[in-house]
Design a protein around this ligand. Structure first.
Ligand code: CFM
Length: 531
């Protein structure tokens, strides 16, 4: 796979590969979150995509304006399928997440500056929609020409009396969309979280961080957690509202689903408010059950534990017969997962439920801790690219800070025991869950992808929309796990069945045997073939 590269590239790419070895207890160091070699066709996106597309965009009742040429707004519009609907805090006319707002910068704006156009657009948006709050996301040219979006936001905020937040998330701000997650986390933490005053009613109030309601995943989690007896205060940011994010601190526990995109807020909230966080994974039947038991353990409430077990029992009994049928079709098959920064790990659990072995798993933009575990964080070297994003210095809030064990109504001793037994403030990364001899690959590129397919011939590929069609042309079933194509939810118990059905369908269709790649066709039919 590396043969074709010049020596320097070969050396570079070699550091991004780790083969799992069950006999070796810990994960060898992998290089991650560093620049892609210029000229290589990476699967990565930009900082703007991470900020606007991933973290900020799904907030349903804030209008998010893309300040930039029309393409940035257009291509980050709608494709991620982060669903949202009206609810008791948000009437239908205040749900904007399906709309696209952009200043559509033109050449004169690039030459003479786009600040006036942005200010005018904010005025128009306020007059037409009366939103509760506005986000402004910067794209590359904004930083290049020096438009001061922070000043425009500040002036407009004074003019209109609503919160207007500017995000300096120019696409080039980092080596991937990961930088955008961090920028979005910082802004939400600094300006929105903690400003709410009213706690939602309920005995155990929780937040789900790093869940974006793709294909309705978040709704399935809300259903399950609600039935166990929790009040879900806010999901960050799938189907979330501005009001609920403001009161994020008025809960008892933060659950962290996608560690990569949101661990900053989980950590900062712990420092500022003392609120504990727990790593969960709701992708897969077994892992959903494990996560539910972990959450219940945090609260040490017999009634909650009993209710949780009841839900687990009922749900698994409900889905097992269907899952068994799909397992018959899927068992023994192999798969690749090449995803952003958390699903290549999470979906291994769900595929495991179906008997599918993941032989190659890769992240586009994860950091070393997502592969190796959080214990390596102190050893990660900061480079010029990571220094590009300002670190927020958060201190304990003198009025709102409480010790972590108080949030859970535990004694300090009970909390210490809990921390040892379940992943409180901890994430062990993907490595421990890889199958023996499986390949972990960081920032996999097009060439490597094709080589790996030719060599390992997997039955299934889970990747992005571009790689999906490459796989199809190679005659391999493929689903994209970013927006779930047109399917979902894939989370929780109901999601496990839907995913099982989709995968079993993909494996049973005779289509892949009928596909003759164009080059093969040419070979069999000779040079006479046209088109
Ligand atoms: Fe987290 Fe995500 Fe992902 Fe991500 Fe993404 Fe995504 Fe993803 Mo696409 S927040 S890191 S930046 S789980 S959009 S919902 S599917 S690459 S693996």
């Amino acid at each position: 796979m590396l043969e074709l590269y010049p020596d320097t590239v070969k050396k570079n790419r070699n550091k991004h590969l780790v083969v799992k070895c069950d006999a070796a207890p810990s994960c060898p160091q992998i290089e991650a979150n560093t620049r892609t070699v210029p000229g290589i066709i990476t699967q990565r996106g930009c900082a703007y995509a991470g900020c606007k597309g991933v973290v900020i965009g799904p907030i349903k009742d804030m209008i998010t304006i893309t300040h930039g040429p029309v393409g940035c707004g257009y291509y980050s519009w709608g494709a991620r399928r982060n669903k949202a609907r009206a609810d008791e805090t948000t009437p239908p006319e205040k749900v904007y997440s399906a709309l696209c707002f952009t200043t559509d910068m033109q050449e004169p704006d690039i030459v003479f500056g786009g600040e006036k156009k942005l200010a005018k657009m904010i005025d128009e948006v306020v007059a037409a929609f009366h939103p509760r709050a506005i986000n402004i996301c910067a794209t590359c040219p904004v930083g290049l020409i020096g438009d001061d979006i922070n000043a425009v936001a500040k002036a407009a905020q004074e003019r209109h009396g609503i919160q207007i937040i500017a995000y300096n998330c120019e696409g080039y701000k980092g080596v991937s969309q990961s930088a955008g997650h961090h920028i979005a986390n910082n802004n939400l933490m600094e300006k929105v979280i903690g400003t709410g005053t009213e706690r939602k009613p309920g005995k155990h109030v929780i937040n789900i961080l790093g869940e974006y309601n793709i294909g309705g995943d978040g709704w399935e989690l809300e259903r399950i957690l609600g039935e166990c007896g929790y009040t879900v205060n806010s999901i960050l940011t799938g189907d979330s509202s501005y009001e609920n994010i403001k009161r994020l601190h008025l809960a008892d526990l933060n659950l962290v689903q996608c560690h990569r995109s949101i661990n900053y807020i989980a950590e900062m909230m712990e420092t500022k408010y003392g609120m504990p966080w727990l790593k969960v994974n709701f992708i897969g039947m077994e892992s959903t059950t494990t996560s539910l038991r972990h959450i219940a353990r945090c609260f040490n409430d017999p009634e909650l534990t009993a209710k949780t077990e009841e839900v687990i029992e009922r749900e698994t009994t409900r889905i097992l017969p269907a899952l068994e049928q799909y397992r018959k079709i899927c068992t023994g098959r192999t798969a690749f997962i090449l995803q952003g920064g958390s699903r290549a790990h999470h979906f291994q659990h769900l595929l495991g439920d179906l008997g599918v072995k993941v032989v190659v798993a890769g992240y586009e933009f994860a950091h070393r801790d997502d592969y190796e575990g959080r214990q390596v964080i102190p050893t990660i070297k900061t480079d010029a690219d990571s220094k590009n994003i300002p670190e927020l210095h958060v201190a304990p809030d003198p009025e709102k800070y409480r010790a972590a064990h108080e949030y859970l109504n535990l004694t300090t001793e009970q909390y210490e025991v809990l921390k040892k037994e379940i992943p409180i403030r901890n994430y062990e990364g993907m490595y421990p869950h890889m199958t023996d001899k499986g390949l972990m690959i960081d920032d996999c590129n097009h060439h490597e992808f094709e080589e790996l397919i030719a060599t390992l011939k997997p039955d299934l590929v889970f990747a992005g929309v571009r790689d999906k069609y490459v796989s199809h042309k190679l005659g391999i079933a493929s689903k994209q796990l970013h927006a779930y194509d047109y399917s979902g939810p894939f989370a929780g118990y109901t999601g496990a069945v839907i995913f099982g059905r989709d995968v079993a369908n993909a494996l049973s269709t005779p289509a892949w045997k009928m596909v003759i790649p164009p080059w093969e066709k040419q070979r069999t039919e000779g040079s006479e073939t046209h088109a």
